[in-house]
Ligand binder design. Structure first.
Ligand code: NZQ
Ligand code: ZN
Length: 384
């Protein structure tokens, strides 16, 4: 097992009715900005619950944060927050609203000339506005981590930032707030969380038995409970299990002391940047093909995963092939295609994505061997 430091300050309030706890979590004299997306919170009653809980508080509202939140929209919110002297941000919605709010938290007090540099070049930030979250979509893990992924429309870029200053102070996870999710978003959430585990688990063994078994627990929970949530989106216990699994998938615990990959996400972000494809769907296009191309260096873990997660048996070669097939089948079972042709990705896209990796000048993957050429091979295979 590799060395690690672990710190996670996010307070989680989990379960039915927890939105009522909001007033105790936010300082009484705070000037709050409530951030939200395209309006789902008005239709499912979450907005009303939040407003009721915060009766009498000073609240400015900013809506319209889009899926794959854009710098352009967020900077409008930053301007308003500065003018209104907002000193607490409350994100109400899915991962996009929360990621956008994390960027705002860093950008509002930022004194540099170009706030995009916080994302593009990890410009130093020394302070951030405190954030709280009411999460309505189990998927990203953003509710318990310090990452945000922001897009810039102007240049078709999508990039991640990470800074401990933007950890939420608290996140409220009430499974009932997800009951209004359309099937596509439920499927996306399960697929995203599943892939987060794979990025931290499907590498090579370092005798980190706890972390491996925790990763397997999250995968098994998603495989068992995900289809139940798909079939019955208002089955509280299935939703609660998926919601907690999605949080556990990316709150830092699974990555402790182990190598991580993350190439699938890096390639996926470029597919969203160029084609606007939903985040989780890009991952389904990439991961099975990445596993096929990297099956020798990931062999030991693929065999372990085949046996422990999918309960397969057979020769080692059969286990490796079976593990990759089961992974693709799982995405497909959620209604998420794993072939590039389903998303209008073509040879021209591949060329542009490869060029992006050439420009970045760094390789990805646990062995830093996902070179631009390998990115091209993975995407070619996804087209086949
Ligand atoms: O905008 P509204 O109207 O709220 O509708 C949203 C949106 O259209 C809707 N929705 C959310 N909760 C709902 C609901 N509809 C009905 N009922 C509800 N309860 O769902 C749509 C998608 O929402 P979005 O927030 O975009 O989805 P998700 O939570 O999957 O977030 C995706 C974003 O997170 C980033 C992705 O790249 C993408 O930009 N990620 C963030 C990560 C992180 N911070 O750690 C890691 C991930 O790998 C990921 O990259
Ligand atoms: Zn993801």
């Amino acid at each position: 097992m590799n060395n690690f430091h672990y710190f996670n300050p996010v307070k989680i309030l989990f379960g039915k009715g927890q939105i009522a706890q909001l007033p105790k979590q936010i300082p009484a004299d705070a000037r709050i900005m409530l951030t939200y997306g395209g309006g789902s919170i008005f239709k499912n009653g979450v907005y009303d619950q939040v407003k009721l809980a915060l009766t009498g508080r000073e609240i400015v509202e900013f809506g319209g944060i889009e899926a794959n939140p854009t710098y352009e929209t967020l900077m409008k919110a930053v301007e308003i927050a500065r003018t209104e002297k907002v000193d607490f941000l409350l994100s109400v919605g899915g991962g996009s609203v929360l990621d956008g709010t994390k960027f705002m938290a860093a950008a509002i007090p930022f004194t540099g000339a170009d706030p995009w540099q916080i994302v593009a070049n990890r410009a130093k930030i020394t302070t951030a506005v405190p954030i709280g979250a009411v999460l309505t979509l189990p998927a990203t893990g953003s509710e318990m981590n310090y990452y945000a992924v922001i897009s810039k429309k102007e240049t078709h870029e999508k990039k991640g930032m990470g800074n401990a200053l933007v950890y939420p102070k608290f996140s409220i996870l009430d499974p009932e707030t997800t009951y209004s999710l359309p099937p596509r978003q439920i499927a996306n959430g399960i697929a995203d969380a599943f892939t987060h585990v794979m990025e931290q688990y499907m590498t090579y063994p370092v005798r980190a038995e706890m972390q491996d078994r925790m990763s397997e627990a999250v995968l098994l929970t998603l495989i068992e409970e995900g289809p139940k949530m798909m079939a019955n989106p208002t089955d509280y216990d299935s939703v609660a299990n998926v919601m907690w699994a999605a949080t556990m998938a990316l709150n830092g615990l699974l990555a402790l002391g182990v190598p991580t990959d993350w190439a699938t996400h890096q390639i996926g972000h470029e597919l969203t940047a160029f084609h606007g494809i939903d985040h989780a769907r890009t991952l389904a296009v990439v991961l099975p093909h990445l596993l096929e191309i990297k099956k020798e260096s990931k062999r030991e873990k693929l065999i372990q995963y085949a046996k422990r997660v999918w309960q397969l048996s057979g020769t080692d070669d059969e286990l490796v092939a079976g593990a990759i097939q089961k992974t693709a089948d799982f995405y497909e079972s959620l209604g998420i295609p794993t072939k590039a042709s389903a998303y209008s990705i073509n040879a021209d896209t591949i060329e542009k994505v490869v060029q992006r990796f050439v420009e970045r000048g760094i390789n990805f993957g646990e062995h830093a061997d996902i070179t631009p050429e390998v990115v091209g091979e993975i995407l070619e295979l996804s087209l086949a």
